[in-house]
Design a protein around this ligand. Structure first.
Ligand code: ADP
Ligand code: MG
Length: 646
């Protein structure tokens, strides 16, 4: 039947968009296949749904699938589905126009943008979808028949401004899209889309979890010359299914076995150990998504390298969109692996748009809570396993105390720290608070480079003598978070190397103690200012200490002074830090200190007195694990002194 061929014009905006697509906005041309498969998959969903609703619909849903067909001679690739199909009106409406609002304004912006990457981001705001076919094809022929109708439609265009549309006889229900491929051009990013290996690769990467089978005729060895092809084989060539269809995340939790989770985890992480924790969730409502997340048993080796990979993949309705979707996971949870499948996003959504998307931020908040909840679950359920998990992720979770103030509480609950309470076992803050002494209002801690230095630091003396527990914080990140976190459970965190310390219970402080203190201040009234002058440029104040029992002196900071470890860290990172002047505290009961006082009283100008002051200061620096400003000079002064005593 000679049906008439009509030539129609694309709507003006569609034409503009087509031009943009063809003139390579996308550096990754492979995605055309993802787009066409996604459309086919939607069409299959729709047909199945419609046949469920309308049992009278004349449609065969027994073998819904997508077929990819290559014709090497004609240089065509066809994506065929036996889904819902389109009527002539559908075609004109859906393919001939871009009905989405705001397109005109968007196109204006894109035209103004000279930068290709920025243009791509803009275009991500709506799907290019079907038109992406014109990135790889110079002509596209679409044949389709809507389920429940008798006549099919043929549509064809070179993407230049017009399309032809005509009736077509004898079409099955569904749609086929035939791409007349442009020549292979690696410079333009055009791969050989007739090559089965390429097609397999692209399907595996982008469409592996599409729930309908994606089939392709198996490659057969070329027929030996002279032999006739096997009739049967020619009639029904072997067919491979290219996609695994196993989107575990889309199945209810109760239907997935541990072994399946493990296998899936292996597939996406290439880690052969089973995951430590699995988080599987589904959100319904205005923004639907599923998430399947894993905490690996072992932290990735590059957890602290600047360009470490982040694990979460983004899918939209089972179509792979991107790896390392940083909008979905905060930096400090960068070790989490898994998949998030959001249902209502454009396939072309860009990273930048994701970052700004309010709903995506909502998803991220939920996911963070879930992951932290998984840690909490292990902590309450299995202390030994938690200790292992904390060894892997503690340092990076503590970054969350700096980055993520929304979850400070939850993160503080997870913190596990070494403590003077137990030489072997770490403690949680909650446990620490449970052991606090009557009248103790702060959680005491000391930061430093390692446990031994911190434990033997002079600052510990009075706390140890009076039986106060002190947390020993030796991760570099500890230096930072302790300053950011105001309190845990109503108790502030207090460095024992900062500020004034008064461990005496105000209740027991009798008048004698007060008088004793006043007497001491009096005794040292001359020495302290003299020392401050002798050490000027190195310390900002010299005062008497109540935190020392055995050491002669120690160095303390004001509440906001940088700690020596932090100072070192900044220097190691190549940042210049102004020298921090801290406070020298003297133990008024120490023989060296009392001897120094007597010597100063006898003769403030006695030779060598200033050197002793320097030695006292240097010793205090060394005791807390600090660096001497001039180690050679310190050693020389000490050697001279020792020589004189022998
Ligand atoms: P989107 O998929 O984001 O809607 P597309 O440009 O990919 O945008 O497709 C436009 C519309 O054309 C689809 O929404 C669908 O209605 C229709 N369509 C495209 N491909 C098919 C197909 N294979 N079967 C049925 N309808 C299709
Ligand atoms: Mg689409």
């Amino acid at each position: 039947m000679g049906s008439t061929v009509e030539t129609l014009e694309f709507q003006a905006e569609t034409r503009q968009l087509l031009r943009l697509v063809i003139h390579s906005i996308y550096s990754n041309k492979d995605i055309f296949l993802r787009e066409l498969i996604s459309n086919a998959s939607d069409a299959l969903d729709k047909l199945r749904l419609e046949s469920l609703i309308d049992s009278g619909l004349d449609a065969d849903t027994s073998d819904l699938h997508i077929a990819l067909e290559v014709d090497r001679d004609a240089r065509t690739l066809t994506v065929r589905d036996n889904g819902i199909g389109m009527s002539r009106e559908d075609l004109v409406e859906l393919i001939g126009t871009i009905a989405k609002s705001g397109t005109a304004g968007l196109l204006e912006k894109i035209k103004e943008t000279k930068d290709a990457a920025a243009a791509q981001n803009l275009i991500g705001q709506f799907g290019v979808g079907f038109y992406s076919a014109f990135m790889v094809a110079d002509r596209v022929t679409l044949r389709t028949r809507r389920a429940g109708t008798d006549t099919g439609t043929r549509w064809e265009s070179d993407g230049e401004g017009t399309y032809e549309i005509s009736e077509a006889e004898g079409l099955p229900v569904g749609t086929s899209v035939t791409l007349h491929l442009k020549p292979v051009d690696s410079e333009d990013g055009l791969a050989d889309y007739l090559a089965a290996a390429n097609i397999r690769r692209i399907v595996k990467q982008y469409s592996d979890f599409i729930r309908w089978p994606i089939r392709m005729a198996a490659e057969r060895a070329a027929e030996p010359a002279g032999e006739t092809a096997d009739e049967d084989a020619a009639a029904t060539p072997a067919v491979d299914t290219l996609n695994s269809m196993k989107a575990l995340w889309a199945r209810p939790r109760s239907e997935v076995t541990e072994a399946e989770y493990h296998e899936f985890y292996q597939q996406i992480s290439h880690d052969w150990l089973p995951p430590a924790e699995t988080v599987h969730m589904r959100a319904e409502g205005t923004f639907e998504y599923e998430a399947l997340l894993f905490i690996p048993s072992q932290a990735p080796f590059d957890l602290f390298s600047r360009d470490a990979k982040r694990g979460v993949q983004l899918y939209v309705k089972r179509v792979f969109i991107m790896d390392d979707c940083e909008a979905l996971m905060p930096d400090y949870l960068r070790f989490v692996k898994g998949v998030v499948d959001a249902h209502d996003l454009s396939l072309n959504i860009s990273r930048e748009i994701l970052q700004q998307d309010r709903q995506i931020r909502g998803v991220r908040r939920r996911l963070v809570k879930k992951v932290l909840g998984a840690f909490k679950g292990v902590q309450t359920g299995d202390a030994e396993r938690y200790a292992k998990l904390w060894t892997q992720y503690g340092r990076v979770l503590k970054e969350g105390l700096i980055e993520d103030t929304d979850n400070t509480e939850a993160l503080l609950e997870l913190v596990s720290a070494a403590s003077t309470h137990d030489a072997e076992k770490s403690t949680s803050l909650r446990e620490y608070v449970g052991r606090m002494k009557d009248g103790q209002d702060a959680i005491y801690y000391l930061t430093g480079e390692d446990r031994a230095t911190v434990e033997n630091s002079p600052h510990m003396e009075a706390f140890a003598a009076k039986g106060f527990e002190v947390l020993i914080l030796t991760d570099p990140v500890d230096e930072v978070w302790v300053d950011r976190v105001p309190a845990f459970d109503g108790h502030r965190l207090q460095s024992i190397a900062k500020g004034q310390v008064d461990l005496d219970d105000p209740e027991d402080a009798d008048e004698d103690a007060g008088a004793e203190k006043a007497r001491r201040e009096e005794e040292f009234a001359a020495l302290l200012p003299w020392l401050a002058t002798a050490l000027s440029g190195q310390v900002k104040q010299v005062r008497l200490s109540s935190r020392l029992t055995t050491s002669a002196a120690c160095i303390v900071g004001d509440a906001h002074d940088m700690t020596p470890t932090l100072e070192k860290m900044y220097r190691a990172m190549g940042q210049s830090v102004p020298p921090v002047q801290r406070i020298l505290e003297l133990n008024p009961a120490h023989p060296l200190v009392t001897a120094l006082r007597s010597a100063h009283e006898a003769n403030a100008d006695a030779p060598g007195l200033a050197e002793v002051a320097e030695l006292v200061y240097g010793g205090a620096l060394l005791a807390e694990g600090g660096d001497l400003p001039d180690p050679a000079r310190f050693t020389r002064l000490l050697t001279e002194r020792l020589t004189r005593t022998l």
